[in-house]
Write a protein that binds this ligand. Structure first.
Ligand SMILES: [Fe+2]
Length: 187
C-alpha cells in the first residue's frame, strides 16, 4: 500500500472514533443516554494512544523530513504539525484526567469532560484538516518519484493501519465500532 493511502486510512479511522466520541458525549449531555464508561474509556484509549504508536512516527521520521527538504512552502506548516504532535500529549493527559474524574464523581464532573473533549476534538480536527487539505497536496506536488519510492518503502515497514483486522489497535477499533450506537457504530 502506498504512503498516501496509508495516511488516509489512518486519518479516516481516527476521524471516525473522534466523531463517535463527540456523538456519544452529545447524547449524554442531552440526557438521551447513560454514560457507558467502558466504551468511553476504549474511545479515549484509542484516540490518545494509537496516533503516537502508529501514525505520528511515520509522519515525523519519514514524510516530514523529506518534504521539509523539498518544499520551502511546506516548512512552516510542518513546524506547526510537529508542534501539534508534541502539545497533543498534554491535551491527551487532560482528557484522560477529565474522564477519570467523571467516572469517579459522576454527573457533576460531566461538564468538565465535555469541555475538555470539545477542545481535544477541535484541536485534532484542525490537525487532520491541515494534513489532508494542505500538507498532502504539497507533498504530491513537490516530492519526486524517487522520494515516494523511498517513503513508500519506509511506510510499508510500519504498516499497521488503525482500521486493520490485525494488531492491538485494529482489534480495539472493531470493539469500539461494535459498541457504539448507530449511526456511528453497530451497537
Ligand atoms: Fe496525520
Amino acid at each position: 500500500m502506498k504512503t498516501i493511502d496509508i495516511i488516509h486510512d489512518e486519518h479516516r479511522a481516527l476521524a471516525s472514533i473522534l466523531q463517535a466520541l463527540r456523538f456519544l458525549l452529545n447524547e449524554i449531555k442531552a440526557g438521551r443516554r447513560e454514560p457507558d464508561f467502558k466504551l468511553l474509556a476504549m474511545m479515549v484509549d484509542y484516540i490518545t494512544r494509537a496516533p503516537d504508536a502508529i501514525h505520528h512516527p511515520k509522519e515525523d521520521d519519514v514524510l516530514f523530513p523529506r518534504l521539509r527538504e523539498r518544499s520551502p512552502e511546506a516548512r512552516a506548516l510542518i513546524d506547526k504539525l510537529q508542534e501539534d504532535h508534541r502539545v497533543g500529549y498534554k491535551k491527551t493527559v487532560e482528557l484522560i484526567q477529565a474522564l477519570i474524574h467523571y467516572q469517579s464523581v459522576g454527573a457533576p464532573a460531566f461538564d468538565r469532560l465535555f469541555a475538555e473533549a470539545q477542545t481535544y476534538l477541535d484541536f485534532n480536527w484542525q490537525h487532520l484538516n491541515d494534513e489532508e487539505g494542505t500538507l498532502l497536496p504539497l507533498a504530491r506536488r513537490d516530492l519526486t518519484a524517487e522520494d515516494w519510492a523511498e517513503i513508500d518503502a519506509e511506510f510499508a515497514k510500519n504498516f499497521d493501519p488503525y482500521a486493520g483486522a490485525e494488531g492491538e489497535f485494529g482489534e480495539l477499533f472493531h470493539q469500539i465500532v461494535n459498541l457504539t450506537p448507530a449511526p456511528y457504530g453497530l451497537g
